[in-house]
Every structure is written in structure tokens, then in C-alpha cells.
Design a protein around this ligand. Structure first.
Ligand SMILES: [Fe+2]
Length: 388
């Protein structure tokens, strides 16, 4: 990809053979650094830089304990941390890849993250988490001007086997790029994303598996609130004996990160914003990371046809999200609904939206609006996670 410039000091605008790409500079650089860090770790340890003036940090005893527990691993990353009496730890060496100004925030994030693991996770997972946290803090931030050289570097270092796909329209409902504006309320998509059971019913048992066959297994589901939205964790015992958790997140008021529908292991690969065009129509802007060579992404085929190629009869015989959502009308009438326990995520989400509407009506700021750069990065729970 060839960089053309930056948009709002946050996105790199680039071109390649297939068209124009908009790349989130932080996410791209973070990925590059993560790959570099994990690659270097397999060869040994990261280069460390001694701090002329060591940094003293006050941490909770649990966080200090977590750092101590993973001390050997942290040293491989080039971090020299030791107890300094009381609640303090002293940081005297940091990975060369980190800017000095980022060191304190990085150690705090690591301490919090490792404490969250509570000793239940293997060394491999701790290593991955440390690498991810470091990459995040070392990567260029949003609202940060880049030279063309730096843009070129970030784009060239994107994993060669990955590419970014983006679409604005109805892909999230139809599974193909044929529809520009979706003719029903954006709130239908909110309902959809917090309903893990419809993947089993609508996408699997009505017409046979439309996505991965693993969705034929009925999950047990936990719904829970996150700081800025609602998440679910759908647990399945797969036919091959593996257990998997599929975690998906909806963020206030219209952002969603749904893991891959082929049930590939790993963190979510997409994020999308559902944007109202009117009370009864919307468009969905989505960005998705895909293995190179698949693209340009044409979409999901049912009986060999893309959604845009189907006849009216095909739509009736093999309904998907679009047909189910459109069937609820341009605006779904809550008075006609009979919500049950499996709709708990939808209820939680609507309650949250309503509460935030009341906060806005009272002159406050809704959840998800941040004014501090330190709080600007929101971590999302999303992915297909297997235990063997
Ligand atoms: Fe769906």
C-alpha cells in the first residue's frame, strides 16, 4: 500500500491495486510491534534501556505480587522491576522499544492485567498479554501526526498474510456488499448483536448451517455489563470434545465487535458502527482484518448465491439477519414483543441506552464519551476462545 496522507492525525489514507484503504494508525502499528516483540522473544530477549532516573511507582499489594510472580518473564522483555519498600516498586530498566514517557503507564497497565490473570493462566498466556500491552503502549497514538516515511513503515509492516477490508452499507445484515442503505431502524442491529441464540436458530437449524457447523450446538450464555456496553460469553462443548467461549461486545450506543463466524480461534477481527440515516434506515460502517488472498471480500453465499443474487423465493427459503430484521418492520414495536430469558442481553442493552438517554437529557455525558486522552483507548472483549 502507498500512503497518501493522514486523516485527523489518526487514520492513514493509502491506495493499493484494489482501491483506497483507511487504516487506523494505532491499531496497525500495535499489530506490527506485537509481531516484532513476539518474534524477538522466540530468539531470546528484548533489548533493554537503563533509566538514568529510576521510576518509583505505588501499586496495590496484589499488583506488586503479580509483577513479582512474572518477574522472570518481564525481564525477558527488558524490564527491571524490584520492590522498593512500602507500596512502591522501582523501575530501573525498560524495553528499548518504549518511549520513556510511556513507561509508567505501561507498568501500571501490566500490573493490572497480570493481576487480572490471578495466577490461573499459563506462562504462555502471560507472555502474550505482556507483549500485547507493550505493543499497545509503544504504538503511535490517535491524534498524532506522522511523516510519510513513518506511514510507509507501518503499512509495509502489516502482516503480509493479512489485509484490511472495509465496507459501508448493509454487509452486517445481508452478508454481502450489495445494499447501500438498510431500510429499517439501526436499533434492529443492536438487538441482533446481543442475541447469541439466533445464530443457533436462524443461522443453523432453520436452513442448515449458514456459518460454521459449530453453531449447531446450543450454547449456555452469560450476559454482563462492561464499562461502556454489554457483553455476552456463549459457552459450547464442541463435538470434538473441545470447549469454546464466544465473546461478543456491544458498545454504547451503536458499536459492535462480533468474532468470526467461521469460529476461528482468536480475538475478534472486526468492528462496526451502525449509523442511522433516518428513524427507519441505517448504514453500517465496518472494518475487518482478513487473511490475504480472500479478498476483495465478496460475502456469504447460501446455496451458491450472494444475498444480492437471491430471488424473493430464495430470501424466504433461506432467511438470514436481513429477512428476520426486516420482518419486524421499519421500527420494531416493543409493545408487540414477548421478551424471554434468552433476550436478557437485549434487555440489558436497552436499559443501558435508556439510562444514558436520561443522563443526556439531564445535561450529562453518556457512557463511552471520554475527554481525557488517558481514557480514550477502550479495550473490547471479543473472540472465539477454545480450551482443549
Ligand atoms: Fe445474525
Amino acid at each position: 500500500m502507498i500512503p497518501l496522507g493522514q486523516f485527523r492525525d489518526t487514520f492513514i489514507i493509502a491506495i493499493d491495486d484494489e482501491g483506497v484503504a483507511i487504516v487506523d494508525q494505532h491499531v496497525a502499528h500495535e499489530r506490527v510491534l506485537f509481531e516484532q516483540i513476539t518474534e524477538r522473544l522466540t530468539a531470546g530477549r528484548l533489548e533493554s534501556q537503563r533509566l538514568l532516573t529510576p521510576i518509583l511507582l505505588e501499586l496495590s499489594s496484589a499488583q506488586r505480587g503479580a509483577l513479582e510472580q512474572h518477574r522472570a518473564t518481564l525481564e525477558r522483555f527488558g524490564m527491571e522491576i524490584e520492590e522498593f519498600g512500602g507500596d512502591s516498586v522501582r523501575l530501573s530498566g525498560v524495553p528499548a522499544v518504549l518511549e520513556p514517557a510511556e513507561c509508567e503507564a505501561t507498568i501500571r497497565a501490566l500490573a493490572e492485567d497480570l493481576d487480572g490473570l490471578r495466577g490461573t493462566t499459563g506462562a504462555e498466556e502471560a507472555l502474550r498479554r505482556i507483549a500485547a500491552t507493550m505493543a499497545c503502549h509503544a504504538a503511535v497514538k490517535a491524534n498524532y501526526p506522522l511523516t510519510l516515511d513513518k506511514m510507509r513503515y507501518i503499512l509495509e509492516e502489516l502482516r503480509p498474510d493479512e489485509e484490511l477490508y472495509s465496507n459501508i452499507g448493509g454487509f452486517g445484515s445481508t452478508g454481502d456488499p450489495s445494499l447501500e442503505v438498510v431500510p429499517y431502524s439501526w436499533l434492529h442491529m443492536n438487538d441482533n448483536v446481543m442475541d447469541p441464540f439466533h445464530v443457533h436458530v436462524l443461522h443453523s437449524t432453520f436452513t442448515g448451517p449458514q456459518f460454521a457447523s459449530g453453531f449447531l450446538v446450543m450454547p449456555t450464555v452469560d450476559f454482563f455489563y462492561a464499562d461502556h456496553g454489554v457483553c455476552y460469553s456463549a459457552h459450547r462443548r464442541m463435538e470434538d470434545g473441545r470447549e469454546m467461549r464466544r465473546v461478543s461486545t456491544w458498545l454504547m450506543p451503536n458499536i459492535m465487535s462480533v468474532p468470526t463466524i467461521d469460529l476461528l480461534e482468536g480475538g475478534g477481527n472486526m468492528i462496526s458502527w451502525v449509523v442511522p440515516v433516518s428513524d427507519s434506515s441505517h448504514r453500517q460502517a465496518m472494518a475487518m482484518k482478513l487473511p490475504r488472498g480472500l479478498g476483495p471480500l465478496s460475502g456469504i453465499r447460501l446455496n451458491g448465491k450472494l444475498w444480492g443474487e437471491m430471488t424473493e423465493e430464495d430470501h424466504q427459503r433461506t432467511p438470514g439477519d436481513y429477512e428476520a430484521q426486516r420482518g419486524q418492520g421499519p421500527i420494531s414495536l416493543h409493545s408487540e414483543e414477548h421478551l424471554v430469558t434468552s433476550d436478557r442481553g437485549i434487555i440489558m442493552q436497552r436499559r443501558m441506552l435508556q439510562k444514558q438517554c436520561e443522563i443526556v437529557a439531564g445535561g450529562g455525558n453518556p457512557a463511552g464519551v471520554e475527554f481525557s486522552a488517558d481514557e480514550a483507548l477502550v479495550k473490547i472483549k471479543s473472540g472465539n476462545f477454545y480450551t482443549r
